[in-house]
Design a protein around this ligand. Structure first.
Ligand code: NAD
Ligand code: IPM
Ligand code: MN
Length: 355
């Protein structure tokens, strides 16, 4: 039976890297006889500016009910300074599908890409479990006395017991399933004594169910320090929505930059999940054939694992590693190729690896 995948290139370099990600997916599917049905959707800034559409309910429901995966490029366009369309679409899927685990691997594929003088690539290999449905992202709050000297702006930090518990449990389950021995939880419970005390308490409680795994608590500021000073300390890191967003850009820097960081948004046990690179639409380089297509390629790899083909994720990662080693890549990772040529180089290697 065919597996349906919704493809939303989105905005800016999202369009450029998704084009290449789809070509890679089609290549792998054709060579391995996977029956994939790609459903191309044009939701993004152009469409929003044309007719005000962000993510129609009917389309959302059809995706939810028929798709095994969503492949998203990136959303964000300087012509939409409010970012309304991006929030509607991105959070429409993350919240609407209850994709509570944003899984962001931080794996450096080549020594040349490590920015740390004392740590080679093999030292940088951990996974961040970012809570993806709560926190300040819920946008509970408001503004009063707007545009006056007495203005007040509030964004509440929403943390539910269920929400905190399920992401922490997902992190431990992942550690156990992948043979990892350590889970770190990062919060700011020293300052935020209500919301983050909940995280600390639930983390301690859940960790008792996993005696085989070492559970350690860190404040998020210290986490940032240690990620740079000694990334070998980490296997799995679990944290809230906002901190997860921030530490995974730092994590991307450890991998060679945003052009190397893939991600998955999942509700463990459910069918429909969303896959997107960690990077955004990069308006500064959009339309110039400069975007690194490898983050999107690694994201396709994560999607293939979700679709039941972990061997193909490993194969794509090997292909990317070979490209980086041969400098067959874009300038951000030390090559001279454009987006299209780097993606073509990857497809050539993946073709060879497929045998
Ligand atoms: P960004 O990730 O788009 O870019 C940050 C920097 O990294 C830029 O200098 C950019 O050129 C570089 N970069 C990013 N991806 C790259 C790639 N594949 N290859 C080479 N260089 C790359 O972040 P930003 O500039 O803060 O945000 C731009 C827009 O993207 C904003 O509207 C933001 O809200 C949006 N955004 C969307 C997503 C998403 O849809 N998932 C994620 C992050 C940011
Ligand atoms: C990400 C992005 C988004 C986030 C933005 C575009 C709202 O930065 O996916 O990392 O903060 O989740
Ligand atoms: Mn981000």
């Amino acid at each position: 039976m065919s597996q349906r995948i919704a493809v939303l290139p989105g905005d800016g370099i999202g369009v450029e890297v998704t084009r290449e990600a789809v070509a890679l997916l089609e290549l792998v599917a054709q060579r391995r006889g996977l029956d994939l049905d790609l459903w191309h959707l044009d939701y993004g800034a152009d469409r929003f500016l044309r007719d005000g559409t962000t993510l129609p309910t009917q389309a959302f429901e059809e995706i939810r009910d028929t798709c095994a995966a969503i492949l998203l490029g990136a959303l964000g366009d300087p012509r939409v300074p409010s970012n309304d369309h991006a929030r509607d679409i991105l959070f429409g899927f993350r919240f609407g599908l209850d994709l509570y685990a944003n899984i962001r691997p931080v794996r450096c594929l080549d020594d040349r890409l490590s920015p740390l003088k004392d740590h080679a690539a093999k030292a940088i290999d951990f996974t961040v479990f970012r809570e993806n449905t709560e926190g300040v992202y819920v946008n509970v709050g408001g503004q009063v006395r707007r545009n006056t000297p007495d203005e007040i702006a509030i964004n509440e930090d929403i943390n539910t017991r269920k929400g905190v518990e399920r992401i922490i449990r997902a992190a431990f389950e992942h550690a156990r399933a992948t043979g990892k021995k350590r889970v770190h939880m990062a919060d700011k419970s020293n300052a935020m004594k209500h919301a983050h005390e909940l995280w600390l308490r639930v983390f301690r409680l859940v960790s008792t169910e996993y005696p085989d795994i070492t559970a350690k608590h860190l404040y998020v500021d210290a986490l940032c320090l240690l990620m740079v000073r000694d990334p070998t300390l980490f296997d799995v890191i679990v944290t809230n929505n906002l901190f997860g967003d921030i530490v995974t850009d730092l994590g991307a820097a450890l991998q060679g930059g945003l052009g190397m960081a893939g991600s998955a948004n999942v509700h463990p046990g459910r069918r429909c999940a969303m896959f997107e690179p960690v990077h955004g639409s990069a308006p500064d380089i959009a339309g110039q054939d400069r975007a690194n297509p490898f983050a999107a390629a690694l994201t396709v790899g994560m999607m293939l694992t979700h679709l039941g083909h972990p061997d193909l994720e490993a194969l794509i990662e090997d292909g990317v590693r070979e490209c980086i080693r041969a400098h067959a890549c874009t300038a951000d990772v030390g090559g001279t190729l454009g987006t299209r040529a780097a993606a073509e180089a990857l497809r050539a290697r993946v073709t060879a690896l497929l045998g």
